[in-house]
Structure formats: C-alpha cells, structure tokens
Design a protein around this ligand. Structure first.
Ligand SMILES: *Cc1c(COP(=O)(O)O)cnc(C)c1O
Length: 226
C-alpha cells in the first residue's frame, strides 16, 4: 500500500475511533488537496475519495476540469468578490463566506448560473487577525440574510482554530461554534446541519464537539512524494 493510502486509512480510522467515543455519528472527512498534484488526487479518487477541498481559484479550476465529473469540490479559501462566479462554476460547497455582501453576490450569481451550492458562514471565534471569517456578533444578521437566499443552501458554520491553541482552548472554540450554530438555527427557524471544524492538528477535539466535516490535508500528504 502506498504511503498516501496508509496515511488516509490512519486518519479515517482515527476519525471513526474518536467519533465512536464521542457518539458523533455524522462526521465526514474532507480531503484538503490544495497545493497537491493531480496524480495524488487521482490516486485518492481511485481509492474511493469523492470530496476535495481547495483554497485557490486557479488551482480549483484546473483540478476541476482535469478530474472526473462526480468529484464534489469544496471551496475553503478566502473569497474575493470578483471570483465568485468562478468559484460557483466549480465548487458545490463553499465554506468561507464572511459577509452579507458576498452572500448576496453568491446568491445572485448562483441564480444566473442555475446552480444551488451549499454554503457555510465562516466565523472567527478566536479573534486572530490573520484568520478569515465574521465575528460572532456579525453572525445573526448574516444568518438571517443567508436563510432568505433562494439559490444558495445555507447549511451551517465553519471555523478555524489558532494553530497554537491547546486542548482546552480548542474545546472551547469548537463548542462555541456549535452553540452559535444552535442559536442561529433557532433564529432562522431551520435546521443547520453542518459544522465544518477541525484540521490535521485538531480534528479529534472538533469531532468530540460535534463536527460534521473535518478538513484534513497535511496528515494525509505527510511524507508522500509530490
Ligand atoms: C489548509 C486548510 C486546511 C487543512 O489544514 P491541515 O492542517 O493541512 O490539515 C483546513 N481548512 C482550511 C481552511 C485550510 O486552508
């Protein structure tokens, strides 16, 4: 077995183990393939992986056109307003919407393109300036706006924890995202199933707090020849 598939299986089995302990029955792995060459995505595809996360539009476009049609592409990077149409043409899940302005732009362009992408609102819980996302205080207004959109499907929230955060801080951040999700779900009067949280260094904590999508890159590609 290749190093890549070994790494993948080790991440998958850790996800299953932690999810079972936490009683989290709804978590899935999003393989973050940013910066990785096509041949590695193809190897993962052949193994059965169908969902990939990318954070740059040029790379997303070229991988989208080269990979089979049944791949579900997730856009997880910062969104520039003038790139919304390009993102919508490739990605069916967008994790990183951080303002009402962009939300409305996604909705309008999704309507023009005749597609219905799932969208998540990104929340910056730690307050780190280097991280994207809206503040928790901005979330209710954005959530109400998202719930009113007719072309995009508002599915939940996404966050990134600081890389250096320790266990207790991670638990606090991920629990906060879940509480925010529960609050805006009540506010909007609809279910918001998705919580996109947890990366290579912190997915066990995120799963224990109810993550439904963990976004894992470096653990899967560690030591793999590009
Ligand atoms: C790169 C990236 C990830 C994956 O991070 P790893 O630490 O490599 O697992 C997850 N989410 C976002 C938004 C990213 O940009």
């Amino acid at each position: 077995m290749s190093r890549l598939i070994e790494n993948l299986e080790s991440v998958q089995s850790e996800i299953r183990r932690v999810a079972e302990i936490a009683g989290n029955t709804g978590v899935r792995l999003l393989v973050v393939s940013k910066t990785m060459p096509l041949k590695l995505l193809q190897e993962l595809y052949d193994y059965g992986i169908r969902e990939f996360g990318e954070n740059r539009i040029v790379e997303l476009e070229s991988k989208h056109s080269a990979m089979p049609d049944d791949v579900i592409w997730h856009f997880i990077g910062p969104v520039q307003s003038n790139k919304v149409r390009k993102i919508i043409k490739c990605a069916s899940v967008i994790h990183s919407i951080d303002s009402v302005d962009k939300l409305e732009r996604f909705d309008r362009i999704a309507g023009e393109e005749g597609v219905n992408p799932d969208i998540l609102l990104e929340v910056n819980i730690s307050g780190e300036a280097s991280k994207g996302g809206m503040t928790p205080a901005e979330l209710p207004e954005a959530a109400l706006a998202a719930a009113k959109c007719s072309h995009i499907n508002f599915q939940g929230l996404m966050t990134m924890a600081p890389l250096a955060a320790e266990h207790d801080e991670l638990i606090k951040i991920f629990n906060t995202l879940r509480e925010l999700r529960d609050n805006v779900s009540r506010l909007c009067g609809r279910e918001l199933p998705e919580l996109s949280m947890g990366m290579s260094g912190d997915f066990p904590e995120a799963i224990s707090c109810g993550a439904t999508i963990v976004r894992v890159g470096s653990r899967i590609f560690a030591g793999v020849e590009k």
